[in-house]
Structures are given as structure tokens and as C-alpha cells.
Design a protein around this ligand. Structure first.
Ligand code: ADP
Length: 491
């Protein structure tokens, strides 16, 4: 048999209290009587009453106020307010606070039992509904937890079988996750690495250089990682908002090898082609001396000479890249970059005039001398300014500026030409790459910017482009004022 419901009677001593007590006990309710708020609190703490019947005035306080406070703590406990006199304001407040019902004299046993049972039934209905809702929510939470668990173990499987090295760092650069490939490559033990500061765990100098590089503006940073056995990795550090950073690394040994074989092939072929081409040029010059030529023959001869010059130029560019990549650019002397710019502009004056271009220069005051290779920097200037002229529409404007900032020199070349499609911008510094939007009649090999980039990097500088297709391009070159020659053999 279940325990009878307990009705808490919080009323001052009166015949009514006795009547209520008797009436409720007669139909098998348990009752508890509290004569002041302290006793009421004690009973509420010690047992779980099914209903609280409280006087409108209780222990010198407003019964309604006490009921309201208790309702906030025990929202499922039903209340009955006993009042000597029906007052519209009191009833309004009882209803407004959702506190259930009230009892008022004349009271018969039936009235008391009726009011108590109706309140209990209502409370049971609310309780049942609440239990159902809680059950439903719990079931749905359990289901979600099961799905998350399945998802988590699937992601863990993927993470562990990734062939590339992956490591996740928190905002304090402590290791959150590390995959088996990373552990194998760097000889780490996952168990002891997790939770440690990454620099306590990683000893490889290239990775440490990437991890400590202070380039907060860049959300993605790259660094090549060389291993003693000849393998090469390409490591990237990506900032993940609110989490920390992800370090990933792919093995690019085969790409490096392919690049080396290709460069070696191009170098050998270029070298072998240069001598026969020199004799072709030599003989074309001799033909004119060997006898008189008619106009058509002379025209053909000049065409041959132009084409051979073009091929020789290309070959020289290729050999140039080869020697730059091999780290043979070791010449360093103090030079004035604005002086080099003036030579370039003088040389390109013919093209500027024939395209009716306006070229404006903005040279910063008292520019410091730059420690660099003057011939190579002339190549940079010729190429970048030359491109702005070559690709500008006739009548356009070009702005070239040179400024120094701290220990750096900044060159910018801005044109209002055809621009470069966004997706192709990173590729224009690759060998032989020409963007898809240029006029195919404009001559070029796609080698100029590759040479420029190699020269800039061999001076520990940076080059980049900002461009909007159809609006123009801005090329920026930043060079350290005191550059050191790149070590031989380092690309
Ligand atoms: P190219 O011999 O083709 O000029 P570069 O290496 O100098 O070779 O440039 C590579 C490509 O970059 C060009 O073919 C062109 O598509 C693009 N490019 C370079 N400079 C500009 C510029 N100022 N405006 C528009 N496109 C440019």
C-alpha cells in the first residue's frame, strides 16, 4: 500500500484548523501542523508534503507572500489559501500568481475535502505532464549523446589514419591532439606529449622556427622541414578561432625530387642549346657580308635573328633561375634603389611614350643605401615596371613608389591595366605561368616574375600582388636594408 499524501496545515490555532485536521485524517490523509514559519520550514525540509494549506495571515506575515516565495522553490507543490473573508484583491492575486485555490467560511467537511482533492488532482496532472516531458527530453539527450559518441569515434578513426602529420594546439600552445603519423615522424609518444607545451616536445629546428615565427597577421603559415635522411616536409600552421592552432605536415620529398630533376634537365638543355644558337646568330650576321641579299631575303634573315634572340633570352632566363636557385647570387654592395629605378625608367621610356602612358614616381626622402646585388635588383625593377608598362592599356597611368620603413625598403608598382584573376594570383610567380586574362598578342614567357621572386627571396625579401581583375594590379616588394646572400644550394 502506498503512503498516504501529507497535507501541511500552516494555520494559527483555531477551531477551523482542528476541523480541517480531523476532516483530512478521516479520509486517510496524513497531516502536519505548523504554527509558525520556522516549524513550516522544518516540515518542508524533513518531509515532502503533497499540499500546503496556509492561512491568509500566518505568523504575523502575509500568507500569500509566503506562498509566493515557496512556489518559486517548490513549483510543483499545490497551495490552498484560507481566508476569513473573500476579498476580490486577494483572489485576483491568488489567480495572478497561479497559486491554486482558496477556502473561506462557512466551511463544511465536504468543502475542505473537495478543495484539497481538486488541488491534488491538478497537481498530479501537472506532475504527470512534467514527468512525460522530462522522459522525452532525457531520451532525446541520450540519443544525441549516442550520435555524438559515434561521431567522435568515427572522427578519431579518421584522425588516426591520416597519412599526413597533424597536431592540435590550444591557445597556450599546449598539445591537445596528436596523430600517429606525427608521433612516428618526430619520434614522439602520444601519451606523454598530450597536455605539454609544444616547444617542450618538438625539438626539430625547422618546426620550432615555424611555431615561434611571430607573424600574427598571417592566419596560415608555411615552412619547409628538412630531415637528416633527405626527406622534406611542408608544414603549415593554421590559426583556429577560439581553439588554438593546427600544425599539419605533408611529405613533399617526391615533389622536391621532381623539381630537382626538372630544373637539372632544363639547365642541361638550356646550356647545350646556347652554343648552337650563338653560332646561328653569328652565321646570320655573316650571311649579309657574304653577298648582296634582296629585300625579301634580308627580311627573312631579320626574322630569323629576332626569333633566335628571343630563344636566347629565354635560355638566359632559365640559366639565370638555375644559378639563383643554386644560391650563386652572392654579390652584395651598397646601392641606391631610386638610382636603379631611374635607369629602368630611362630604358623603358620608348615603350612608355609609344603607349602614351603616364608614369609617376614617389620617392621617399633620404632613402638609405641597400646592401644588395645591383644587377639582380635591376632585373627586379625591369621586370615589375616592365610588366606594368607591357600590360597597361594605352593612355593609362602607372605609379611607382619607393619608401623606407624601419630596416626595410618598400617598392610598389601600381597600374590600371587588366588585373589578374584572384584564383591565379598565387600562380603568376611560378615558372612559365601566364594568367588566362591577358591579351595573347603580348609577348612573354612567364619566367619574369619567377626570376624576380627568386631574386627577392635570395635577398631575404618578400614580393606579393594585390589585384582586381579589370581594375589593375599593385606589386609590392619588401627588401631588408641589410640583406645577406642566401646559402648555396638552398631554394
Ligand atoms: P610574362 O613574360 O608573361 O610577362 P611574368 O612572369 O613577368 O611573365 O608574369 C607572369 C604573368 O603575370 C603574366 O603573364 C601576366 O599574366 C601576369 N602579370 C604580371 N604583371 C602583370 C600586370 N602588371 N598586370 C596584369 N598581369 C600581370
Amino acid at each position: 500500500m502506498s503512503k498516504p499524501d501529507l497535507i501541511l496545515l500552516a494555520l494559527e490555532e483555531s477551531p477551523i484548523l482542528n476541523l480541517m485536521d480531523r476532516a483530512l485524517r478521516a479520509i486517510n490523509y496524513d497531516t502536519a501542523i505548523a504554527r509558525d514559519t520556522k516549524a513550516m520550514a522544518r516540515i518542508l525540509q524533513a518531509s515532502t508534503p503533497a499540499l500546503l494549506l496556509i492561512g491568509e495571515k500566518f505568523d504575523g506575515l502575509e500568507g500569500l507572500k509566503i506562498a509566493k516565495e515557496l512556489h518559486d522553490r517548490f513549483p510543483t507543490l499545490p497551495f490552498l489559501i484560507y481566508t476569513e473573508k473573500v476579498q476580490p484583491d486577494l483572489i485576483k492575486n491568488i489567480l495572478r500568481l497561479g497559486l491554486g485555490n482558496y477556502l473561506t467560511p462557512p466551511l463544511h467537511t465536504d468543502d475542505i475535502i473537495d478543495a484539497v482533492e481538486t488541488s491534488l488532482q491538478n497537481a498530479r496532472r501537472v506532475g504527470d505532464w512534467l514527468r512525460r516531458e522530462v522522459k522525452k527530453t532525457t531520451a532525446s539527450l541520450q540519443k544525441r549523446a549516442q550520435i555524438s559518441e559515434a561521431e567522435r569515434s568515427r572522427l578519431e578513426g579518421v584522425f588516426n589514419s591520416i597519412h599526413d602529420c597533424v597536431m592540435l594546439l590550444d591557445l597556450e600552445s599546449k598539445i591537445l591532439l596528436i596523430n600517429p603519423a606525427m608521433c612516428r615522424t618526430f619520434g614522439l609518444d602520444e601519451g606523454s606529449a598530450i597536455g605539454k607545451p609544444v616547444l617542450d616536445v618538438i625539438i626539430h629546428p625547422d618546426l620550432r622556427a615555424l611555431l615561434t615565427r611571430n607573424d600574427n597577421n598571417d592566419l596560415l603559415q608555411y615552412h619547409e622541414v628538412s630531415f637528416a635522411d633527405g626527406r622534406v616536409g611542408n608544414a603549415q600552421l593554421t590559426v583556429i578561432h577560439d581553439v588554438g592552432r593546427a600544425l599539419t605536415m605533408q611529405d613533399i620529398t617526391y615533389l622536391k625530387e621532381m623539381d630537382r630533376v626538372r630544373s637539372e634537365f632544363v639547365h642541361t638543355v638550356s646550356h647545350d642549346l646556347r652554343s648552337p644558337l650563338t653560332s646561328v646568330i653569328g652565321y646570320t650576321e655573316l650571311v649579309e657580308r657574304a653577298g648582296t641579299l634582296n629585300d625579301l631575303q634580308r627580311d627573312f634573315l631579320h626574322r630569323i635573328q629576332d626569333s633566335v634572340q628571343q630563344i636566347t633570352g629565354l635560355i638566359n632566363d632559365l640559366l639565370d633561375i638555375g644559378s639563383l636557385e643554386a644560391g650563386l647570387d652572392t654579390r652584395r654592395e651598397f646601392i641606391q634603389l631610386d638610382g636603379i629605378l631611374r635607369y629602368t625608367i630611362d630604358m623603358l621610356q620608348g615603350q612608355i611614350k609609344s603607349k602614351h602612358l603616364t608614369l609617376k614616381t614617389d620617392i621617399g626622402p633620404s632613402l638609405p643605401a641597400l646592401r644588395a646585388n645591383p644587377i639582380r635588383l635591376r632585373q627586379v625593377m625591369d621586370n615589375v615596371v616592365g610588366n606594368a608598362i607591357k600590360y597597361s592599356f594605352p593612355g593609362g597611368e602607372i605609379n611607382v613608389s619607393i619608401h623606407s620603413e624601419g630596416d626595410q625598403m618598400i617598392l610598389s608598382v601600381i597600374d590600371a591595366g587588366p588585373g589578374i584573376p584572384t584564383a591565379e594570383q598565387p600562380r603568376i610567380f611560378d615558372k612559365f605561368y601566364r594568367a588566362s586574362n591577358i591579351n595573347p598578342d603580348i609577348e612573354g614567357s612567364g619566367l619574369g616574375l619567377a626570376i624576380v621572386k627568386t631574386i627577392v627571396e635570395s635577398h631575404q625579401g618578400r614580393i606579393w600582388v594585390e589585384s582586381t581583375e579589370g581594375k589593375g594590379s599593385s606589386f609590392f616588394v619588401v627588401l631588408p636594408i641589410l640583406s645577406e646572400p642566401a646559402p648555396a644550394g638552398k631554394k
